[in-house]
Design a protein around this ligand. Structure first.
Ligand SMILES: [Zn+2]
Length: 229
């Protein structure tokens, strides 16, 4: 029923997402095999950089899985996947430093991060309900419901767009901290870290593009249904 021409809008988004996912895995695999000269692990790097920045409120802990690294601003916990936690590679310290960048954003009350945390509750409800509400609105030809679905979905779009400055900023901080704390010491290591972080950033760009195209599709579908009334 919703296999219409607007579906075509989602194809570039899907291709971009697949490309970004594949690339992040490949670049990670490559640089996980490149050791750094200082032999500092991801966990040690995070702890050292936090100490150098005077941020002693963060808990650094290992977490299962691959590329499951994340920072949770609610409990100020930096979770590093086992390979990153114990790894002394270019990829490990790059990812550890990126998550440390998020911890520093929290400490410095970096506005886009605060804004993103503010949108999270609405997004988690909205992303589950927006499509059912939208489709029900179309089926019932009831415009207020269609509009409500679109508004709810817009929060998910806003979230993925606000995520971009948050992620790019964390990666910028990561490279600065790795250099100033002396975790990485060569141009080659810096280049590798940038490659890993840029590949990761691409996945966020892909999500944002996907969300925007999906929103465009919903708007086209809504207009189509209105003109049929
Ligand atoms: Zn991040």
């Amino acid at each position: 029923m919703y296999l219409d021409s607007t579906m075509l809008l989602l194809i570039p988004a899907l291709l971009l997402a697949l490309f970004a996912q594949g690339r992040v895995k490949a670049v990670y695999a490559k640089y996980a095999k490149v050791p750094i000269a200082t032999r500092v692990t991801g966990a040690e790097a995070a702890q050292r950089m936090l100490r150098d920045k005077g941020n002693d409120a963060v808990t650094v802990r290992p977490v299962q899985g691959r590329l499951t690294d994340h920072y949770d601003p609610r409990n100020n916990t930096l979770s590093l996947s086992e390979e990153v936690y114990d790894g002394a590679s270019v990829a490990a310290v790059g990812i550890a430093a990126h998550e440390t960048g998020h911890a520093m954003q929290k400490q410095e009350e970096y506005a886009p991060l605060s804004l993103r945390s503010l949108v999270v509750p609405v997004v988690s409800i909205g992303s589950n309900l927006s499509m059912p509400i939208f489709i029900l609105g179309l089926v019932m030809s009831w415009q207020p419901l269609v509009t409500a679905g679109i508004i709810l979905f817009s929060f998910a779009v806003a979230f993925s767009v606000i995520t971009l400055p948050v992620e790019f900023n964390a990666s910028r901080r990561a490279v600065d901290m790795l250099l100033s704390s002396g975790v990485i010491t060569t141009r080659e290591e810096e280049k590798g870290v940038r490659a890993v972080l840029n590949a990761a950033a691409m996945t966020y760009v892909a999500s944002a593009v996907g969300a925007l195209l999906q929103l465009a599709r919903l708007l086209l579908l809504a207009r189509g249904s209105r003109s049929r009334d």
